[in-house]
Design a protein around this ligand. Structure first.
Ligand SMILES: Cc1ncc(COP(=O)(O)O)c(C=O)c1O
Length: 369
């Protein structure tokens, strides 16, 4: 039985069962389950409109688009990236035989600090792979000007940035290519799912070949592609969730505003504010604990909340550079990543989803205060 007092860090946005049932009946009638089906095509079109982007390719999750983006752009050698993310970002490089080079982050956003990039470039560098962490936009202009100067590609892991806009433009327009995750825990979900966003028809065509084993027609295989195709059931589920994602983001915004109001005078607790000209998706609500000022450490607060059945998450701790695969890399030293360590050591992502009630949020604030 579900424990009513328990508050999870997230809760999936679910479509109406009746409406889903009606889609399922049509899929059963058509007997077309995957391979660029009708609902797959409909969802690509609907997402292009919603996200204000010209080209999107749907995937089965948010990790394969990262792996395929690197293949599509023919990235090799070394790629400059951030250690302050979910492991999939760096794993995608590793799966492509690419050496990750970590640079430190900017504490104001949690994102890669553009000022640290140039010093990390070597003759083997071919790309920069930043993350819009928590949906906070990277400094895309600064990153692009470095990329242009050195002839590098830019691949954004925008897994957290569904619907995020800056100055009225989608953040997905930045760089050469961006990836999204539609995992159940995300602001918009297709249970498992993801996408690649690119800026021209030729690149989309190449991506679509790569996500279908490399097939370009019945008998031609142009590259060692993979199977990353989204099926019709998830596409239908995605069409339904798209109708309610704006309401979900509104509800999340109310939660964020309530947290900010309730915690603004709490000594030793800080959080991100809304950024002017940025349309946020309120995907996470990270708080940062200054143990000296607050009186107890991040972990003490984390476990205290857990005792009260409030299950925040220490996203993103440990840093990716601390995992055994990456720990021995020259760029993984603590001294190279001081800001990233500071953020990782002090963060808790508080529960954040469209289903949280005012009482839930008040209870969480009261415990923290
Ligand atoms: C920053 C980031 N990149 C990539 C992924 C991978 O996405 P998925 O879980 O859909 O494979 C996630 C997922 O949670 C993520 O947070």
């Amino acid at each position: 039985m579900e424990d009513k007092n328990k508050i999870l860090v997230t809760s999936p946005l679910l479509p109406s069962l009746n409406e889903l049932q009606s889609y399922l009946e049509r899929i059963w009638e058509d007997k077309w389950l995957t391979n660029n089906g009708k609902y797959h095509q409909e969802l690509e079109k609907a997402l292009c409109e919603y996200l204000k982007v010209p080209y999107i390719s749907l995937f089965t999750n948010g990790t394969l688009p990262l792996i395929v983006a690197l293949q599509a752009m023919r990235i090799t050698g070394e790629v400059i990236t951030t250690p302050y993310s979910f492991v999939a970002t760096t794993h995608a490089l590793w799966w492509n035989g690419i050496k990750p080079v970590f640079v430190d982050i900017d504490l104001a956003t949690g994102n890669m600090d553009p000022q640290k990039i140039e010093a990390a470039i070597t003759p083997k560098t071919t790309a920069i792979m930043p993350v819009h962490v928590y949906g906070n936009p990277c400094d895309t202009e600064a990153i692009q000007s470095i990329a242009d100067k050195y002839g590098l590609k830019v691949i954004y892991d925008a897994a957290h940035a569904f619907g995020v806009e800056q100055n009225g433009k989608s953040i997905l327009e930045a760089g050469d290519i961006s990836t999204l995750s539609f995992h159940a825990t995300k602001t918009y979900n297709t249970i498992e799912g993801g996408a690649l966003i690119c800026h021209d028809a030729k690149t989309k065509e190449r991506i679509d070949y790569l996500k279908n084993f490399g097939f370009a027609g019945e008998t031609t295989v142009i590259a060692p592609g993979i199977n990353g195709k989204m099926d019709e059931l998830r596409a239908a589920y995605g069409l339904l969730n798209l109708k309610q994602v704006d309401n979900a983001i509104e509800a999340r915004k109310r939660v964020a505003l309530a947290y900010r109001a309730g915690l603004k005078n709490t000594k030793g607790i800080s959080f991100f504010e809304d950024v002017p000209n940025v349309k946020s998706n309120y995907s996470y609500f990270p708080i940062f604990i200054d143990a000296k000022e607050y009186g107890i450490t991040r972990d003490e607060l984390y476990f205290r909340l857990k005792e009260e059945k409030i299950l925040g998450r220490r996203y993103f701790y440990p840093l990716i550079s601390e995992f055994s695969t990456y720990k021995e890399l020259p760029s993984s030293t603590r001294n190279n990543l001081l800001n990233a360590h500071k953020m990782a050591d002090n963060v808790i992502c508080l529960p954040m989803h469209q289903g949280l009630t005012d009482e839930d949020v008040l209870r969480i604030i009261q415990i923290i205060n």
